[in-house]
Design a protein around this ligand. Sequence first.
Ligand SMILES: [Mg+2]
Length: 206
Amino acid sequence: MTLSAVVFDLDNSLYPETDYLLGVLRYFGQQYDIDVAPALAAYRPDMRNPGSDILGHLLTLAGCMTPQNHQRLFSLYTSAPLTLALYPQAEPLLKALRSQGVKLGVLTNGIVAVQRNKVASLGLDAWVDGVCYARELGAEKEKPHPEAFSRCCAMLGVPAEQALMVGDDWNNDIQGAQAVGMQTFWLEHDNGRSLAEMKMWLNQHA
Ligand SMILES: [Mg+2]
């Protein structure tokens, strides 16, 4: 196959998103001298349901849920100056692809200020050619809307058929990308399909 670009989803594809959420909570605790340890200890990933107020839930677990603290925590969710790491397999993979002349992009849904702060926290701008924030097109055009993928391929200057979409969300990342003719690799973490597996898969299909 001709591979001119690889587009990665961000959250739980290039790094574990829990690191960001709990990193923001820790930072909030430091800034306002609040003990957030009970919330850190009680947190479970299944608390994150679409539409649920995870920030409010964490504050309740920490015993400090007030409208003011909620506003403070949300504000830090868009701006906390964190330093986070990519998945261990990500850096060698991005390096290898770059050295092969493959363009690299990120395509992410979600609140733009939050996603921008995640990208900054990960130092990801240095690793990729461009980041596409789908919400900038309008909430209705986020993944799996075809326009999100088309815009990202256009940003990288490659036809969709020569781009590979890599993501952990079957509906948003994989089906959406297939609909515009992109190649896809599903990071099915539960079944051991990680970035390391993807590298092996690429070597076999190149
Ligand atoms: Mg994801």
